[in-house]
Design a protein around this ligand. Structure first.
Ligand code: AMP
Length: 286
C-alpha cells in the first residue's frame, strides 16, 4: 500500500488519531531524508514493533551551523517515498520549515550535560536544534515508540535524556549502525564524497576496528586506543575532528577502560569539507 504523504501538523494529528482509535500502536522514525539502508532498518523495526510506522523527512535548519551544509544537503522526496513504501511505512510527514518554526517561534530544548563535548563542542547549537525538533516531532506524533540510530550516538543519548526528563512517555529505541560491505557507516553525507575520498573515508571504521582489536587483546589505556584510530586517519590524510574514548552512558571521557563501565569510542573527521562520524562499543560488551 502506498505511504500517505502528510504535509501539515493537522493532517498528522488526524492520521494518528484514527490509528489510535483502531487500537494501533505507532512507531515514529524522524529523518532528514536522502534515505539509505540505515534509515530503512529503523523503519522495518518500527513496523515490527508497532502496527503503524510514521516517518518524518525534514532537513531541520536549526541544527545546522552558519558554515555547514544546510543548503546543499541532499534532497530526494520521490526516491525517499519509494524506499519508505518498500519498508512498509504507512505515512510520511514532510513539513516546510515555517510550519515547525512559524513567525514568533522562541522556545528551545537544551539537554545540558550529554550535549557537551564531542559533536556538541564542535558544532555549537547543533544539539539544541536536534533536541528542539525531536521534541516537537514527538509531540506531534505522540508515538508509542521512536527509533534512532547508534550511528549518531551522542544524538541518541541526547534524545533518550530529553524523553525521560520531559516525561514524553515514548519508548526510545536505539538501533545498530548499518554499514556498507567494506565497513563504511552509511550516511546521507557519503553522497558528497568523490571516489578517492570514499576510499579514504574507510579509515574511520578501520581505525575503530583496530582499536577494538587492541582492547580485545587487553589494552586499556585511552591514549593507546585513540592513537590506533589516529594512525588510520593520518595514513589516509583524513583531518581529525575528535577521537574520544568515553563512558557509553554519560559520554564523559575515560582515561582507561574499566571493568563494569561500558565504553564507546567515537570519531569525527573531515575529507575536504565533508565531515563524517562513526563510533563503536569497545572493551567488555555492556
Ligand atoms: P538523519 O537522516 O541522518 O538525521 O538520520 C535519521 C536517523 O537515522 C537517525 O536516528 C540516525 O541515527 C539514523 N541513521 C543514520 N545513519 C544510520 C546508519 N548507518 N545505521 C543506522 N541508523 C542510521
Amino acid at each position: 500500500m502506498a505511504a500517505r504523504i502528510l504535509r501539515t501538523i493537522a493532517e498528522v494529528r488526524q492520521f494518528t488519531a484514527e490509528a489510535r482509535a483502531r487500537g494501533q500502536r505507532i512507531a515514529a522514525v524522524p529523518t532528514m531524508g536522502a534515505l539509505h539502508e540505515g534509515h530503512l532498518s529503523l523503519m522495518r523495526e518500527g513496523k515490527r514493533r508497532a502496527e503503524v510506522c510514521i516517518v518524518s523527512i525534514f532537513v531541520n535548519p536549526t541544527q545546522f551551523g552558519p558554515n555547514e551544509d544546510l543548503s546543499r544537503y541532499p534532497r530526494d522526496l520521490e526516491g525517499d517515498a519509494r524506499k519508505c513504501e518498500s519498508a512498509g511505512v504507512d505515512a510520511i510527514f514532510t513539513p516546510t520549515p515555517d510550519q515547525l518554526y512559524p513567525e514568533g517561534f522562541q522556545t528551545w530544548v537544551e539537554v545540558a550535560e550529554v550535549s557537551q563535548g564531542l559533536c556538541g563542542e564542535r558544532r555549537p547549537g547543533h544539539f539544541r536544534g536536534v533536541a528542539t525538533v525531536v521534541t516537537k516531532l514527538l509531540n506531534i506524533f505522540r508515538p508509542d515508540l521512536a527509533l534512532f540510530g547508534e550511528k549518531d550516538f551522542q544524538q541518541l543519548r541526547v534524545i533518550e535524556t530529553l524523553a525521560r526528563d520531559l516525561d514524553l512517555g515514548v519508548e526510545i529505541v536505539g538501533m545498530p549502525t548499518v554499514r556498507e560491505a567494506d565497513g563504511l557507516a552509511m550516511s546521507s553525507r557519503n553522497a558528497y564524497l568523490k571516489p578517492e575520498e570514499r576510499q579514504r573515508a574507510l579509515s574511520l571504521s578501520r581505525g575503530l576496528t583496530d582499536a577494538q582489536r587492541l582492547a580485545a587483546a587487553g589494552e586499556t589505556r585511552a591514549s593507546v586506543i585513540v592513537e590506533a584510530v589516529r594512525a588510520q586517519l593520518r595514513a589516509s590524510d583524513v583531518r581529525e575532528d575528535y577521537i574520544e574514548l568515553t563512558d557509553a552512558r554519560t559520554l564523559k571521557p575515560l582515561a582507561a577502560l574499566e571493568s563494569g563501565t561500558p565504553a564507546r569510542l567515537l570519531v569525527a573527521g573531515f575529507l575536504g569539507t565533508t565531515r563524517l562520524i562513526d563510533n563503536v562499543p569497545i572493551g567488555q560488551v555492556s
